[in-house]
Structure formats: C-alpha cells, structure tokens
Design a protein around this ligand. Structure first.
Ligand SMILES: [Zn+2]
Length: 113
C-alpha cells in the first residue's frame, strides 16, 4: 500500500509551498490520479486522514479526481483510453500497451489562505 508514502510526500510538498509563500493554512488540496497509476483514490483519502492527524493541516481536505489512463498500442500504434476491465488494444486486441497518460499523480489545486 504505497498510498501512505504518497500522502506523506504530498503533505511535505504542501507544507513547503505554504512556508515558501508564507501562507497561513490550506483549506483543500486537489489532486488528479490516473487510473493507470495504481493509486486507489479511496485509499488516498484514508491515508490523508492518517498523515494530517495532529499536524497543522488536520483540517485540510483532500479532493481526488480520477482521470482515465491513455495508452498506445505497441503493435499497431493506435492510441486510446484504457478500459481497466479489458486492457487490450481496441483495434488489434494487442496486449502490449505503452502508457501515454493517466499513469501518475499531480497536484492540480491548493486552496490556501
Ligand atoms: Zn493495436
């Protein structure tokens, strides 16, 4: 379960942004998680609650937006949105997919005051 490590890193990142910009606090942090990243949004929320507990960010809300993963087929070159239930090329049924998007986690918004 690497979500805990990710939340820990996310909190450190938020904390350094707050200090750099001399902000008082953060209302919410919005992140985008690709379906190909292997990160489970529900676990992120649970882990976030665990890492912020007892810190200056214990009231900060985490908002997780899931974005679809995209990939290119190594066999025929088709590009498509990956169906997580059926990870195959829709054109040739090839199973050699190269992720082109939605395979990471990005901070999209930090609402600070
Ligand atoms: Zn293909």
């Amino acid at each position: 379960m690497h979500e805990l490590g990710l939340c820990d890193a996310l909190l450190k990142k938020v904390d350094s942004l707050v200090k750099e910009n001399e902000l008082e606090g953060v209302n919410s942090v919005t992140i985008e998680v690709g379906t190909l990243s292997g990160v489970i949004p529900r676990f992120m929320l649970d882990c976030w609650d665990a890492v912020i507990d007892g810190t200056a960010y214990s009231e900060t809300k985490l908002i997780v937006n899931s974005i679809p993963g995209t990939a290119r087929c190594a066999d025929c070159g088709a590009e498509f949105t990956v169906d997580m239930e059926n990870m195959k090329c829709p054109d040739c049924d090839g199973e050699h997919l190269i992720p082109t998007g939605g395979n990471g986690m990005t901070i999209t918004e930090i609402e600070a005051y």
